[in-house]
Design a protein around this ligand. Sequence first.
Ligand code: LLP
Length: 387
Amino acid sequence: MNTNRYPKALETIQTPFYYYDTDLLRRTLACIKSYESSYEGFCVHYAIKANANPKLLKIIQEYGLGVDCVSGGEIQASIDAGFDPSKIVFAGVAKSDWEIELGLAHNILCFNVESIPELEVINQIATDKNKTANVCLRINPEVGAHTHTNIATGRAEDKFGISMEDMEKVIHLTQTLSNIHFMGLHFHIGSQILDMSDFEALCRRINDLQDQLEQQNVKIEIINVGGGLGVDYDSPESNDMADFESYFNTYHRLLRLRQGQSLHFELGRAVVAQCGSLITKTLYVKEGNQRKFVMVDAGMTDLIRPALYQAHHKIVNISSEAETTDTYDVVGPICESSDVFDTDVTLPTTRRGDLIAILSAGAYGEAMASRYNCRPFAKGYTSDDLC
Ligand code: LLP
């Protein structure tokens, strides 16, 4: 057992389960906070969609981050975890009436709005409740991100946001709606972005849009640049922290904030990905005609990223003491041929009962789990639980 990273107590827990290293989470949060406090006007929200495990939320909340929510359930989970509602932003392409009501009831910081019909419904509900809804408009900046096509969102053909052409028209509409207070602009170009030139392109686009709006005397209080900072899925053990320095520096250097404006970030993956591992047990080692399979008890129901996005997660055998290695396909027990975690993985010679860790699984792992095949949800344990 690699006891430097994994406590021995893991051996006694029913697999599969998520294991979260809270020291790493705390170091990550401390790093984010240090940039937030050194750059004036920067406010970081946690994109709770990445992982809403209450144990992690409690820690993230202690560091004073705001939250980025995309559903009423996420707003409720944030409130339950003790986050300050005045630091909640609420995005999402199609918000239900009850979700809008919940946001208004908690006086959240703002709704990130994506269409005219949505704006009108928020105004109507706010009027009925005798409230004013703070609103940022999500603009599609037509900035392509160098990432998997399923998680790029800021291109002209994507479904998200209001086009730049319509932006002024929609801002003027907000000014005619009695119970809407227009606060600013929201963007998000995609996820798992490692190339800072994508964020640079977004900064330049925002500068142009701000110049344009300034000429129209439109007052902008908030710029929200979304999330998207990627992590190192190939070498998570040696590189367990996202490149926050380059990321925040890029915005500090390039984005021209006006007096009194605040710059908001919605980071999900970069906060929680590296602190989480999916721990699973080897059920069988099967020798096929051409390939050897390590068949584990976790499946795509527990971690869907490899099946859905061909995402790569590093896989390690944490219990073997074998001195020889072999090459395996690591597969799950679900009746789907896409239930494969990775192919051609070099592991110590693996036997039934060996514990396997699938790394960098803290973001969009537990949060995207399903109960397909009537499988129970994998539980989440933290290093604090096991001390
Ligand atoms: N803000 C908005 C408006 C978003 O749509 C997202 C993610 C975020 C912030 C947080 O992005 P992050 O910092 O985590 O990149 N399930 C996919 C990722 C989907 C991301 C959806 N939106 C995956 O497993 O890779």
